[in-house]
Design a binder for this molecule. Structure first.
Ligand code: HEM
Ligand SMILES: *[C@@H]1O[C@H](CO)[C@@H](O)[C@H](O)[C@H]1NC(C)=O
Ligand SMILES: *[C@@H]1O[C@H](CO)[C@@H](O)[C@H](O)[C@H]1NC(C)=O
Length: 264
């Protein structure tokens, strides 16, 4: 009896987790203001940020990262304040910005993004399927088996995919000009998506969740992501993840040698 009830509650919990919360269903509309950031776009596509993508202030951002991803409310004040301080806002209010304002190059936006082109090569705002495909292959996102491990991206794999993308971007863009500060942005965004999508039990990030976030600007509720039961993440968690990303030896030749000798 008791076990039956537990199983039932468990199944109900699972069904709830696979559903998008009421009022926070995913809607994608190309007319809305969107950014080069899949995290913010996803929050807007689920109505945690204004679906219009317009006039975002700090309080709205705090509520969104907390409700949508279970970040500590102030965890992402830093990038918000950076956006304000770069004076990139076109909203007419110095305390708010529109999502599309964030594409202004050489502020927060930098060269060598995982899913966007470089500013000098065209469109630094919208998702670029061809560029993302190269990264998705590096992350091995299309292979989900045969083992359980194959469903996840580790820090090591994510760090190597990031390094490979920056190398390819540098080769493709003779004006590649990410400054030192901006080069920190690249491991930073990898650390941020890993922290946001981290599965604490697996100790890695589910490939399906990564695909939903990047390919659809979608919070992967349908794939089991549930901010309500996730361990809250802090700025310190993001910092620790970025440190782990930076610590990975991304030298491709060494990496090949290791895998040839079958250590993973
Ligand atoms: C809420 C959690 C967040 C997550 C999960 C997230 C995730 C990401 C990821 C993965 C990227 C890299 C995209 C790529 O390389 O193609 C990115 C880029 C970016 N994010 Fe976020 N982000 C978050 C919050 C923020 C906040 C609060 C801001 C600032 C207000 C911001 C501004 C940006 C900008 C401007 C970029 C473009 C950088 C580039 O050129 O690649 N993000 N974000
Ligand atoms: C933004 O505007 C303020 C006030 O006008 C100015 O002091 C600051 O230097 C500007 N910041 C940038 C990055 O241009
Ligand atoms: C980078 O390139 C852009 C566009 O070509 C330019 O506006 C910007 O000033 C450059 N930044 C640096 C630090 O050279």
């Amino acid at each position: 009896m008791r076990l039956g009830v537990l199983v039932e509650v468990g199944l109900l919990g699972l069904a709830a987790a696979l559903k998008e919360p009421k009022g926070h269903e995913y809607h994608w509309n190309p007319k809305n203001s969107r950014s080069p950031c899949p995290g913010l776009n996803a929050l807007a596509n689920h109505g945690y940020l204004p679906r219009s993508g317009l006039n975002i202030d700090l309080e709205t951002l705090r509520n969104a990262v907390s409700a949508g991803f279970n970040f500590e409310r102030t965890a992402l004040d830093g990038p918000f304040n950076a956006a304000i301080e770069f004076n990139l806002s076109t909203s007419g209010n110095p305390d708010t910005f529109h999502l599309a304002d964030l594409a202004k190059h050489d502020t927060i936006e930098f060269d060598g993004s995982l899913s966007r082109n470089d500013f000098d090569l065209g469109d630094d705002l919208h998702f670029n399927p061809a560029i993302w495909h190269t990264v998705a292959v590096s992350l091995d996102l299309y292979r989900l088996g045969p083992s359980e491990e194959d469903k996840y991206v580790t820090v090591e794999v994510a760090a190597r995919a990031r390094a490979a993308r920056v190398k390819a971007a540098m080769a493709a863009n003779k004006h590649f000009n990410a400054s030192t500060a901006q080069m920190d942005g690249s491991p930073g965004t990898t650390g941020l998506y890993l922290t946001t999508l981290w599965d604490d039990v697996a100790g890695a990030a589910p490939k399906k969740w990564i695909r939903a976030l990047f390919e659809e600007d979608r919070i992967p509720f349908r794939e089991g992501y549930n901010p309500a039961i996730r361990k809250q993440k802090t700025l310190e968690d993001v910092g620790a993840m970025v440190t782990r990303v930076k610590a990975v030896d991304t030298d491709a030749s060494k990496c090949k040698r290791r895998s040839r000798w079958g250590s993973h």
